[in-house]
Design a protein around this ligand. Structure first.
Ligand SMILES: [Zn+2]
Length: 272
């Protein structure tokens, strides 16, 4: 299942001059309820997640610059008024997850919440990205998130889990969902794939950040999980099976990501 994830990840690792993105990234994917108040509203590959609540909703990730019409169509199919989205979040300030932020902010009137590490990238449209990936429309940041902060909106409580390294402010979020009469842990994971040099003058703390993020992610035990890329968590296959409980798949995805990081660390810095 995770071999399929390699192609988009390899493409992400290419320099920004390579502006072409895989067709799956812009391919429409019908909205799909995952569990409790969480639904997928993204494209066939770019994970965008809607968390509905009593006082408005949260949208996590907005895909590429061309994704908003697809997301808005998915929201409409769920009967969601875009104006009821109050908060926009991302897992990582890269063009394939925040390219649609400026437009979605305008269409929803939502506030943008971002970590201290990713806020500068959102504000300058990725110009300061230490990985030098494609730029995107800049967006105002209304609130800077802290590690461990609980984002509350009506009956939604979402905990911020800092997992930097893929970008300087990459972040995961965790919440409780009610499914089959039981409370379950749901993680919106940012898997720390390495898309820039590990010896990096623009991001001197990258190795330390990645090591800490792997420790952090390995310590979590989600019942259900999703990721910024659908292929990273087998999302489309899970739509087909209807089974989103996947604690083992989560542990395997983190371990395989960490093994890749260690290989790169040895190749680039000659040490573990
Ligand atoms: Zn990325």
């Amino acid at each position: 299942m995770f071999k399929r994830a390699l192609l988009p990840l390899l493409l992400l690792a290419l320099p920004s001059a390579f502006a072409e993105t895989p067709p799956d990234w812009s391919k429409p994917q019908p909205a799909h309820r995952i569990a409790g108040n969480v639904s997928s509203v993204g494209t066939a590959e770019l994970g965008c997640y809607l968390i509905t609540g009593s006082q408005g909703h949260i949208l996590l990730n907005t895909g590429l610059a061309d994704s908003p019409p697809l997301i808005l169509a998915n929201l409409q199919s769920l009967g969601i008024d875009p104006k009821d989205i109050r908060i926009l979040l991302t897992n990582q300030a890269h063009f394939d997850h925040v390219g649609g932020f400026a437009e979605m902010r305008q269409r929803t009137g939502a506030k943008v919440y971002a970590t201290a590490g990713d806020a500068p990238l959102l504000r300058d449209g990725g110009a300061s990205d230490p990985g030098g990936l494609s730029t995107f429309a800049p967006v105002r940041v209304d609130h800077v998130l802290k590690d461990g902060e609980v984002i509350t909106l009506g009956d939604i409580s979402l905990t911020v889990i800092a997992t930097p390294g893929h970008t300087p402010g990459s972040v995961s979020y965790q919440m409780t969902v009610r499914q089959d009469g039981r409370d379950k842990t749901f993680l919106f994971a940012n898997l720390p794939t390495v898309v820039m040099p590990l010896k990096n003058r623009k991001y001197p703390g990258i190795v330390k950040d990645l090591k800490a993020s792997f420790r952090r992610l390995a310590s979590l035990r989600p019942d259900l999980w999703v990721a910024a890329h659908a292929s990273q968590c087998g999302l489309i296959q899970k739509f087909a099976s209807g089974n989103f409980e996947d604690p083992r798949g989560y542990a395997a995805a983190v371990a395989s990501c960490e093994a890749e990081f260690k290989t790169k660390l040895k190749a680039e810095l000659g040490r573990p």
